[in-house]
Design a protein around this ligand. Structure first.
Ligand SMILES: Nc1ncnc2c1ncn2[C@@H]1O[C@H](COP(=O)(O)OP(=O)(O)OP(=O)(O)O)[C@@H](O)[C@H]1O
Ligand SMILES: [Mg+2]
Length: 527
């Protein structure tokens, strides 16, 4: 492009300088011609015209003298002739210096005039014999006249020719200047258009660079860069370099995006593994705590189980002895049942460490629920809590009855303790059972309208030893969930502070239950 611009400027300057040189040369030539006309032809013409008029006067004077035969005074004639001759001689000298040809003609004219003048003076000197000179004088006079006229004509012709050449030169110069001006205008337009066309890719390039800095590099911009014209000039090489740069940047950007994706994937994987680690840690902690519980339970079992067994034995003996008094015997029966339950509870604490040892049998959970209701109802009534059962139609479930009984007892006890510090007038606890045949799911819920569990404590309620109560162990819910999960079910809760809590256990009614159910029904029919 630089070469093209330099070439353009050079040709432009060459044209303008050429035009100026030609114009100056033409003006110079025209000036010379005008000077020649002014200094040579105009004064010569003026002098010759005067010479012609004075010669005409002289001739008419002479003719008059010859006609009248009167001799005019000779002195004045001689001085007139001499002054004319001197004038002609000066003119010849002057013209010779400027134009030898014209000078030569004037010289010839001077000679002719001199011959004429000499003859004329001789006529005056020899007035009587003038007849002899008359013919010669007439010939010389006409020769002078002819020469004079011819010189006047040639100078006039020359003047006209020079004037016409000057006019031609002027019109040529005008034409040439107009042509140069038109050429310059055309060159300016062409150069402007060409420069604009050459610079256009630069504008597009600048726009694309602006887009890259604002929005980043993408394939559309690279495509536009590739579409830029790739000439052999500087703009073309800039376009090509930009294309290479954009392509390499795009490659790097793609590689970076790929690396970013990989990093994101790695980060997600790390987060997932971290979550797993946390959950494993929580399980480990849980297991540790359960281990501690197990050890405690084992100690308790040693301390409590044997005296309880002894108590149980004594109660059975007492029952036997009171066989004759059914009223007293009926009073001892609940005592024995509670002692048995305590034995079972002790066993279940042992189960926390070694996992519950399930003694599964087909159980009607509604019966267990009713027993719990009967057991706790008087207690809750004393506290002003209205305890009701809402029992749905349940299929028998193959579960450990004692553990479920203890589990429901825990939930009802918790519910009854949820009213501590409550100013509520209508307090209630509800035990609800429900069967969803389409999901083969049995759910048992214990619901209260007590104080609810504070939001920040809700995540801890299943943690072993977590308790908000002065006398609590914090093991009730831990044990309950363990039992439910050992039966393949799950335990959830929903609680709103100051409104109440609902614990629900969901138990699957599986193939085992169906088998046991049919066996059970068959046994019932047999009996
Ligand atoms: N129905 C409920 N309403 C309000 N809070 C409850 C309810 N059930 C459980 N909680 C909260 O969960 C905690 C843990 O209960 P969990 O039964 O495991 O132990 P505990 O009742 O404190 O002790 P323990 O069962 O030995 O008497 C309770 O201390 C209590 O804060
Ligand atoms: Mg409890």
């Amino acid at each position: 492009m630089k070469t093209k611009v330099l070439l353009g400027i050079a040709s432009f300057s060459f044209t303008v300088v050429g035009a100026f040189a030609y114009g100056a040369w033409t003006f110079r030539a025209l000036e010379d011609r005008m000077v020649a006309v002014n200094n040579l032809y105009v004064p010569a013409m003026k002098a010759l015209n005067q010479m012609e008029s004075s010669f005409f006067l002289l001739e008419s004077d002479l003719d008059k003298s010859l006609d009248e035969g009167i001799l005019r005074p000779r002195d004045s004639l001689e001085s007139v002739l001499n002054s004319r001759l001197e004038y002609l001689s000066n003119l010849a000298k002057e013209q010779r210096a400027r134009d030898p040809l014209v000078g030569q003609s004037v010289q010839e004219l001077e000679d002719s005039y001199r011959a004429c003048a000499e003859l004329l003076l001789r006529v005056y000197q020899d007035w009587r014999g003038r007849q002899t000179y008359e013919a010669d004088l007439s010939a010389k006079r006409s020769d002078f006249r002819v020469k004079l006229k011819s010189l006047i004509r040639s100078i006039d012709h020359e003047t006209r020719q020079v004037t016409s050449r000057v006019q031609d030169g002027l019109s040529r110069l005008r034409f040439m200047l107009t042509a140069v001006l038109a050429f310059c205008c055309l060159m300016t337009v062409v150069l402007s258009y060409w420069l604009a066309a050459s610079v256009r890719p630069l504008e597009v390039l600048a726009e694309l660079m602006r887009n890259i800095s604002q929005k980043g590099l993408d394939e559309t911009i690279v495509r536009k860069l590739i579409e830029l014209p790739g000439g052999s000039d500087e703009v073309g090489s800039l376009s090509r370099e930009s294309q290479k740069m954009a392509a390499s940047l795009l490659d790097k950007s793609k590689a970076l995006t790929e690396q970013k994706l990989n990093l994101e994937r790695a980060h997600q994987e790390l987060a997932r593994q971290n979550e797993e680690l946390k959950s494993t840690q929580a399980k480990l902690l849980h297991s540790e705590k359960l281990g501690l519980v197990g050890r405690m339970a084992a100690q308790m079992a040693h301390e409590i189980r044997n005296p309880l067994n002894a108590l149980n034995l004594h109660t059975e003996l007492l029952e036997d002895q009171l066989r004759s008094d059914p009223e007293l015997r009926a009073g001892v029966e609940p005592l024995r049942k509670e002692i048995n339950r305590l034995i079972d509870v002790t066993e279940s604490y042992l189960d926390l460490s070694r996992g519950p040892r399930l003694k599964k049998a087909p159980v009607q959970l509604n019966e267990v629920a009713e027993e719990i209701h009967d057991l706790y109802e008087p207690l809750l009534k004393e506290k002003g809590i209205f305890f009701t059962c809402d029992l749905g139609d349940l299929p028998p479930l193959t579960v450990d009855r004692a553990q479920f009984s203890q589990l429901l007892g825990n939930l009802v006890k918790n519910a009854s303790e949820a009213f501590e510090g409550s100013a509520r007038s209508a307090k209630y606890v509800r035990l609800i059972t429900h069967f969803q045949p389409e999901k083969n799911l049995v759910s048992v819920s214990v619901m209260d309208n007590g104080e609810g569990i504070p939001i920040d404590q809700q995540k801890n309620v299943f943690t072993p030893f977590f308790t908000s109560k002065a006398q609590g162990t914090g093991l009730g819910l831990t044990f309950s969930r363990q039992v439910v999960e050992a039966h393949g079910g799950e335990m959830i809760f929903d609680s709103a502070p100051k409104q109440g809590t609902k614990f629900t256990l969901k138990l699957p009614h599986g193939v085992e239950d169906l088998q046991k159910e049919s066996e059970w029904k068959a046994a019932e029919q047999r009996s």
